[in-house]
Design a protein around this ligand. Structure first.
Ligand code: GSH
Length: 207
């Protein structure tokens, strides 16, 4: 049994979607970011960064924070969504998500959505990075159905971020390859279920 400490955010949803895809039993535990529960002394013991998501694998005793590391751990443990022949391809796109997609789109949430109008400079910069993220993904998805041939942890890492396209001021119809990929993944039963496991209920956005 795995305990999943999480919330209804893109990084949190990656892991509930992965666990649903694996069909493994797990115990979802809400860490309310609104109530600042990420800073509680108990949660700090398993999350040195005071961020969700975190898993505790009761079977192995392993505790892991950082969603990319959690996805890798689960993929290795259950031998799924990280095909040996595409291993490094998947890992590089996973790292691209962790190092660029997440940070840049996370900033877009701040500058283009929550705090719009506060800094023209930050908004312009953020729009530039956001468009760049979408361009890169659209080009990659013009070559493959999924980011790396088959559905993998790279797709599971990126998809919940693209589900926030409205916050990025992005018209997904302008990125036809991302649109096809997004709608295709949106139909997966594990994605539909994993999207709303913990925290606020939210419809999967339809472009
Ligand atoms: N790189 C980390 C980022 C985790 C992260 O930023 N989590 C956010 C929610 S998506 C969080 O816990 N924020 C609370 C805070 O910053 O106080 C990961 O991918 O796990």
């Amino acid at each position: 049994m795995i305990d999943l400490y999480s919330s209804s955010t893109p990084n949190g949803r990656k892991i509930s979607i992965m666990l649903e895809e694996l069909g493994e039993k797990y115990n979802p535990i809400l860490i309310s970011l609104d109530k600042k529960e990420q800073f509680s002394p108990e949660f700090s013991k398993i999350s040195p960064t005071n961020k969700i998501p975190v898993i505790v694998d009761k079977e192995s005793g392993q505790i892991i924070f950082e969603s990319g590391a959690i996805l890798l751990y689960l993929a290795k443990k259950y031998n799924k969504f990280l095909n040996e022949k595409d291993y490094w391809n998947v890992v590089q796109w996973l790292f691209f998500q962790m190092g660029y997609v997440g940070p840049m789109l996370g900033q877009a949430h701040q500058y283009l959505f929550y705090h719009k109008g506060k800094s023209k400079f930050a908004e312009e910069k953020s729009k530039g990075y956001t468009n760049n993220v979408y361009e890169i993904l659209n080009t990659q998805l013009s070559k493959y159905n999924y980011l790396c041939n088959e559905y993998s942890i790279a797709d599971i890492a990126v998809w919940p971020w693209i589900a926030r396209f409205n916050r990025h001021q992005i018209n997904l119809k302008k990125y036809p390859n991302i649109l096809r990929w997004y709608l295709n993944i949106s139909k997966r039963p594990a994605v539909i279920k994993g999207y709303n496991i913990i925290g606020d209920f939210d419809e999967i956005p339809v472009p």
